[in-house]
Design a protein around this ligand. Sequence first.
Ligand SMILES: Cc1cc2nc3c(=O)[nH]c(=O)nc-3n(C[C@H](O)[C@H](O)[C@H](O)COP(=O)(O)OP(=O)(O)OC[C@H]3O[C@@H](n4cnc5c(N)ncnc54)[C@H](O)[C@@H]3O)c2cc1C
Length: 368
Amino acid sequence: MYETIILGAGASGLFLADLLKKDYLIIEHNNEIGKKIKVSGGGKCNITNKILSSKNYRGDNEFIEKTFKKFDNYDLLNWLKKRNLKVKELKPNQYFFNSSNELLNYFKKIKNISFNTEILDLKDNCVITDKGEFKAKNIVVATGGLSFKTLGASAIGYEIAKKLGHNIIDLKPALVGFTVQPSEAWFKKLSGISLKALVRVEGFTYHDNILFSHRGITGPAILNASLRWDRGKIIINFLPQKSVSEFLKNPHKQISTQLPLPKRFIKEFLNQICIKDKKVKELKKEEKEKLKLLNAYEFAPAGTFGFEKAEVTKGGVDTSEIDEYMRSKIDKRFYFIGEVLDVTGELGGYNFQWAFSSAFSAFLSLRR
Ligand SMILES: Cc1cc2nc3c(=O)[nH]c(=O)nc-3n(C[C@H](O)[C@H](O)[C@H](O)COP(=O)(O)OP(=O)(O)OC[C@H]3O[C@@H](n4cnc5c(N)ncnc54)[C@H](O)[C@@H]3O)c2cc1C
């Protein structure tokens, strides 16, 4: 019988093992640790952010704040510094490694890992795997979300939680692009075009790049919007600098020459609203009104690109049934950490920060 079994050698499981130092076993079905860490942040792992609060997350604010009181972004940066793991602010407020391998190489010293071992089920405090059964005093579920099956994602964490009687908040892909309805088919014709826009959804605003794709629309501002969107409309301001009328000051010049937008975009947009590219003085009153859509283009996405393209899974184990040390209130032998919980962050290092902060909370209880 083990003292602690950690299910999953991903971000949260590895961090917890490093804190515990002994008396644990990790069970992992991949043949290596941290496959998501490896590919994260374009191979540079965006580990955390200078600005951190529960507002950067979808989930229970109080639960998230309590977790960050125990271990926040500065604690994580200190933890890295003490281990001589160097990170740089490669994008405003966002910390990256030179290569994700630097973090993975550090974690490679973690010894007690049963690789190539598929977790199949749970019977009481016994983990059933394809390599046999493992019993433990404490079981920590760190199996992550459903996104990127190719990197090892599975539903086992949610299945274990359900078996214990936990409620699972609806699981949906997040930090993912949107597919579009036929009314937005024009987006697809713009595949490859990127521009800085303001995206509004459910009271949240994201000012960042959007990228048109052959499937619909993506890019950082859209990925963040997908975290907040469940159904209904989103609004894009393609000209966040100022109102369209302020750009169309010269009556003798064409619309397309006065707008600071890619020509291909303007052509398709004008086509969509049935206006010819012409001199501003030739625009009718109702056409001027239509052009205002550039500052507030409203549409309902058809859906998302799905779990295979999503960076994370929103929803998860209901945190009202988890104590502040990530321990199940239903069965105290179980802990849940990382993405399997109903806490999902925006882009910018917030999901690794959550994986590490939640692991730290579990550690405080497990070391007692
Ligand atoms: C392409 C991509 C890029 C990302 N980039 C960033 C980024 O730059 N910054 C950021 O903050 N977040 C990023 N994320 C999100 C981040 O990787 C996750 O939120 C984080 O890894 C979650 O940690 P976790 O420990 O909960 O789960 P994971 O890290 O996913 O670990 C879960 C582990 O459990 C194992 N497992 C699952 N099921 C089983 C089973 N049945 N049997 C045995 N083992 C199992 C998996 O193989 C995996 O090793 C990215 C995600 C993706 C997909």
